[in-house]
Every structure is written in C-alpha cells, then in structure tokens.
Design a protein around this ligand. Structure first.
Ligand SMILES: *Cc1c(COP(=O)(O)O)cnc(C)c1O
Length: 689
C-alpha cells in the first residue's frame, strides 16, 4: 500500500500541477493512482454540489481524485471552516484519509499550503501529516528565497519524524518583471542555482531532488500537450512512488539478529520468548514494522501515561537536545534540574524538601536505602542497617533493590550468596475496597517491635504492589505503619515508582492514606516515559541527619553521584511531562478508565481459571489460578490487536491515560476473550477461533 503526502513550501508552489502530473505519469507506468485533498477551500457550487478546484484540475488532466472536507471561502482551512461554522480536527481528518487508502494503488494526499497552515487553533497540517505518518513529497516553488523555505520545511519534517521521499522544484510564476533590477539573465542564474543548491542540500539530508519543472505560460491541466510534457518530467518521481518497498526481508534480518544477540528482560539468551518489531507509536497505539497496530495496554511498564508522540514532550526533548543534552552535575547545575525540583516539590506530599536525581527506579531505591543507612550512621546508630519489606513487593533489579523484593518471585535463592538478608513481613491482607481490618497490621507490628534496634527503614510500595503481583491493599495500613515507624525510630521509605503521577487515582498513592514518608522514590512516569530518570525525595529531617558534619561518621555528605545525575534532557522531559499532567484532566481520565476497566473486566469474574478481578485507578487486573504461559497469552492478544504482557499469575492492563473508550474496550474485550479461550483450552488461550 503506497501512499504519500504532497506538501509545498507555500500556497502556490505548484502542488496541484505536480499531483496532476504524477497521476498521469503513474498511470503511464501502469500503476493505478488516486489523489485526495483532505481539505479544500475556495470551492464553487455546481448544481448544489461543491466543486473542489484542485480535484477539477486533476480530473481535467485525466487523473482521479476527491476532496474530503470542502469550504467555499478561498483562505486558510481554519478560517474557511470557522466562517462556515465548522471545525476541522486532525483525528477526524486522519480517519477520513485512512479510509481512502487502498492496497492496489498509489494514493497521493495533497495538503493545503505549507506545513504550518492551521487547521484549527491548536493543530496544523503538519499535525495531520504526523498522524498519517506517510512519506512526504515536498514541492518547492522555484523563486528567490525558496532555498530558505525548502530547508526550513525539511527541518520541520525532520523534527516531526516524517520521512521525505523527495523534492520537486517547480516554477509557477512568470519571470519576475515585477522584481525591478533583476535582469532575465540574473533571474535565470538564481533559478538555476536554486536547483543546484537544493539538489546538494537534499543529498546531505538523503532527500533526492526528483524533478525541476520550468515555467510554462500556457500551462493548463486540460491541455494534453502540457500534461504530456509535465508527466514526462515527473516520470522518475513517479517510478520512485510506484516502487513497492518490501521491508519484510529487512525486518526478518533484524529479528534474527535480535534473537541471536540481544538480551531481552527475563528471557533466555539462547531460546528467548518471541519479540515484536515496533516501528513507531502514536497516542495509545504501537505501530509494528509489519504494518499492524496494537492498542497499548501496558503504557510501556507504567511509564507512558501521556501515550506516544505527545507534542509537548517531544518538543521539550528536541529543544533541550539542541541546547544542552548533558553536563555533569558535580559542581554544575542547570535550569531543567532546578525547574524539575520546583515542580516536584509542589506536587510531592508535604514535608519532602530535598531531591536527589538518579537514573532509574532501581537506582532510586539504592539511593533511598543508602540515605536511610547514612541517616542512622550519622546519629551514631551504625547497627541500624537492615530493612523491612513486604512479601509480594517489587523494588527493582539491582542488588540492594532486589534484596527488598519478594524472596520467592524476586529469585533470592539465585543470589543468596550476595544479597543482604532483609526482614520480610507478609503482604497486607486487608484489601483496598474492604473495611479496614486493624489485625492485618499485626504481622508488621510484631516484626518491627522485635527488630527495631537493627532496622534502618521499612520499604513499601504504597497501596499498590505492582510487579510482585498487582495487589491493592488498604490505605489505613500505611497510617498504622507511619505511626509505628515514628514510635520506633524507623524510617519509612515509600517506593512510588509505579504508583506515582496519578496511576492509582491520586497523584501519589501515599495520598490515599494522607501520610508522608521520610524518603520517597519516583521514576517510571516521571518523564512520561520519554527516557529514564528517577528522583528520591527526602524530608528536611533526613537530609539534616545525613548532613550532620561529623568526619568520623561519613563527613556529612551523601555518598552517591551517578555520571548522568540530573541529566538535562531527562529533566526537561520530566518538566514537560509534569506540565502536561497538571494541565490535563488526569483525575477525570483515571476515574473514567477505572469505571471502564471495571465494567469491561467484569465478565472475567465468572470464568473458570480466574482467581480474582480487581481494578484501581487506571489498573485492571485478572489474577489467574495457574501461572500464565506468557508466549501463548501474548500471541493471543497480539492477534486481537492489543499489547498485553502478563506475568506470573496476573494478566493486567494499565493503559495510557489518554486511551479512548474504544481503545480501553478493545483491551478488556481481548482479556475477556482470552480468559474464555483459556477456560475452553485447559488454561491457555488458543488463537484462531
Ligand atoms: C519498576 C519499579 C522499580 C524499578 O525501576 P527501574 O526503572 O525498572 O529500575 C522499582 N520499584 C517499583 C515499585 C517499580 O515498579
């Protein structure tokens, strides 16, 4: 399925003539071609039917095409639409455009004006192009100043991540008698140089100049001789557009190399679970290299709360990359880090005052653990260096963090020789939606009272235990824990790496209990999933404790400093992500997701093999009675157009907050179908029914 977006450097760059010429040239090559004008302004009425001038021109030249949204006033689409009481939206336009695609032909979508022509107050033609993600053909009006316009357009396309198939240079205005002082010779020189320079600049960027079309005073699309000449000049371009590109072989080789040499998480290096090749992503959808689209139910392991391709985030990273992508944080600072600190302190639970920026969630946990140890050390309690954690917990994969994960699912036996022995307490038995049962806190109380003398801190994932089994427990447990930690002089570390930034329906899960920890870790959604970054926040008391200047006990400085600490690129992404979150109706969205997930997953409850169904915030979980066969479930889901990756006993979704109702329904429907299929096939869903 070949399709292109034809755009120009300005309104009269000659797009329509070029499109008409290409339609003709393509048909001469025996390739069926069709042109589409997503928005046409300046339409006339003919027998009550709006007639689109560009479509009329294509037809006059013998081509086929149609206009999708038509307006009478010949002006920018946003204005023409407004004058007729209408509003154009990229999502609607894109949907209509996609319906014009057909496997048997080359489809040319012709924009109106250039890239930044507005469609409404927020969106431009470039947003539509980004949404369609088609290779672009840039028509450059050959005149004085066109190099500047062409290169700016190429830069903008580059920044939008759009591939450019090529450029066509086109002279549409007569030799400029108007430009006083420009002799015909000088003009010929300028136009010729434009062609040479554009070809050269294009070469540097890997964008070929496909044709150079001179001015034709008598040009008319209805004139067969004119069109003949134009089609002949565009023959090379047409050949390129007609070429069926087969990426199948490339993809096969990529997957083979991946399988042979790249280690993927939690799978064998020699006989790994299958992987899918992702070419791009947009909104709540992953686009696979083979052309398939999957609704993302995972938010890429909790982090992509705004989905993919969010403009604010992409631009923040591009801008920061161009300014200052990295500089060491030792002895230096920068605006993105300071701005992030400001934003975090505004959002974090009260009492959090000092922020340590680290590279990943696991490292944040290491940092938190070291903070707790140094805190007691500097108070003269070097013996307080053990930690209490919950069964069913997950805190990361580095050694210190791993020592705090559930001893069974966290594979402690594998590393028993190297892991510190932490104190484990059974997971909070009182569920989130049940009335609080204070006796559920008793195991923790016993453990803490017995071991207070050696404990530096208790580490918990507040309210939602994530990767250790997706368990939701009662917030009052945290209140009891907070009070007891205070009483016994044990620090409380909240690992909000999975729960932070709205996922559970509150900005932080600690808010369900109205408590503040002594140390808090955030990560994952911190950058909206643009890149890795984590932060460890500590109270003034913790920071002061550690900083007590005492050379004999560690010198009053916190001993950690990653190379990429405070990475400006990541900080800029995080600032943009927090701005996006705070500017969005995230509470409403998460609440709506919760309702939709609960409703959609309800049918699972009555199916055999299902142990439990639970939903909290934007997290929907089906717990199985038996461990899942990851490859089989994944395969079943992929065949149904969703990306859901189960683990252990749980099949769960946590879609991006921006997922539409239809997308959420697609996810839950797939889960119900999988559960039904599993019930009919001995516990494992079987595709192809
Ligand atoms: C994912 C996760 C971590 C580890 O974060 P990484 O960035 O993968 O190192 C730690 N704690 C919790 C609760 C997590 O969900």
């Amino acid at each position: 399925m070949r399709a292109f977006f034809v755009t120009g450097t300005d309104t009269d760059a000659g797009k329509t003539a070029v499109t008409a010429g290409l339609l003709l040239a393509l048909s001469r090559l025996g390739t069926e071609a069709f042109a589409v004008k997503p928005v046409q302004t300046g339409c006339t009425e003919k027998g009550g039917v709006p007639e689109a001038p560009d479509v009329a021109a294509w037809r006059a030249a013998g081509g086929r095409g149609e206009a999708l949204f038509t307006f009478r006033v010949p002006c920018s689409p946003h204005l023409a639409a407004r004058l007729e009481g209408a509003r154009l939206e990229v999502s609607t336009l894109a949907r209509a455009c996609r319906e014009c695609l057909s496997p048997g032909r080359v489809t040319l979508f012709e924009g109106a004006g250039g890239l930044y022509v507005p469609l409404n107050e927020e969106e431009s033609m470039l947003d539509l192009m980004r949404e369609l993600h088609l290779p672009v053909l840039l028509v450059v009006g050959n005149r004085l100043g066109c190099l500047n316009h062409a290169l700016l357009s190429l830069d903008a396309l580059d920044m939008a991540g759009l591939p450019v198939a090529g450029m066509v240079l086109c002279r549409t205005t007569p030799p400029s008698l108007a430009d006083a002082g420009t002799s015909p010779e000088a003009e010929a020189l300028i136009l010729g140089d434009n062609a040479a320079r554009l070809a050269e600049e294009g070469k540097k960027r890997g964008v070929p100049l496909l044709a150079d079309i001179p001015y034709d005073a008598s040009f008319s699309p209805a004139d067969a001789a004119c069109m003949d000449a134009l089609a002949a000049r565009l023959e090379g371009a047409a050949r390129l557009l007609a070429q069926e590109e087969d990426h199948g072989e490339e993809e096969k080789e990529r997957l083979a190399f991946d399988r042979a040499h790249l280690w993927h998480p939690y799978t064998s290096a020699l006989n790994p679970l299958p992987v899918l090749d992702v070419a791009g992503a947009s909104g709540a959808r992953l686009l696979l290299a083979d052309g398939r689209e999957l609704v993302d139910g995972m938010s890429s392991w909790w982090c992509r709360v705004h989905g993919y391709g969010n403009r604010r985030l992409v631009q923040a990273v591009q801008r920061q990359a161009a300014r200052l992508s990295h500089v060491m944080f030792g002895g230096l600072t920068h605006a993105p880090a300071v701005e992030l600190g400001r934003r975090l302190l505004r959002l974090l639970p009260p009492g959090m005052e000092h922020i340590f920026l680290a590279d990943s969630g696991s490292v944040a946990v290491e940092v938190a653990v070291k903070m707790a140890v140094q805190f007691h050390q500097s108070a003269g309690h070097g013996e307080k260096c053990r930690f209490a954690a919950l069964r069913g917990a997950y805190h990361g994969d580095t050694l210190g963090a791993m020592s705090l994960c559930d001893p069974v699912t966290g594979m402690h036996t594998l590393f028993s020789g190297i892991l510190p022995k932490q104190l484990f307490v059974e997971r909070p038995s009182c569920r989130f939606h049940a009335p609080y049962d204070p006796s559920s806190f008793e195991p923790m109380e016993r453990a803490l009272r017995t071991h207070a003398h050696e404990l530096a801190a208790v580490v918990v994932e507040p309210v939602v235990q994530g990767a250790g089994g997706m368990w939701f427990y009662h917030p009052s447990y945290l209140r009891d824990l907070r009070a007891l930690c205070d009483e016994l002089g044990i620090l409380l570390i909240a690992d909000e790496i999975a729960t932070g930034f709205g996922r559970t329906g509150r900005m932080f899960a600690c808010e369900w209990a109205g408590i503040s920890p002594d140390i808090m870790c955030v990560g994952k959604a911190l950058t909206g999933g643009m890149m890795t970054l984590s932060a460890v926040a500590a109270t003034g008391r913790v920071a002061e404790g550690i900083s007590r200047a005492d050379a004999a006990r560690g010198g009053g400085v916190f001993m950690h400093g990653p190379t990429f600490m405070g990475n400006p690129l990541a900080c800029a992404a995080a600032c943009a992500s927090l701005d996006e979150l705070c500017a969005s109706p995230w509470q409403d969205r998460v609440q709506a997701l919760e309702k939709r997930l609960a409703h959609g997953l309800e049918p699972c409850r009555s199916l055999p093999g299902v142990a439990d169904v639970r939903v909290l915030g934007a997290i929907g979980v089906m717990e199985r009675e038996e461990p899942v066969d990851v490859a089989a479930w994944q395969d079943f889901f992929t065949a149904r157009g969703v990306w859901i990756r189960p683990f252990g006993y749980t099949v769960y979704v946590m879609p991006p907050f921006i997922a539409s109702e239809e997308e959420v329904d697609t996810l839950t429907r797939a889960m119900v179908e999988a559960a039904a299929s599993a019930a009919a096939h001995g516990g494992t869903p079987t595709r192809g029914e």
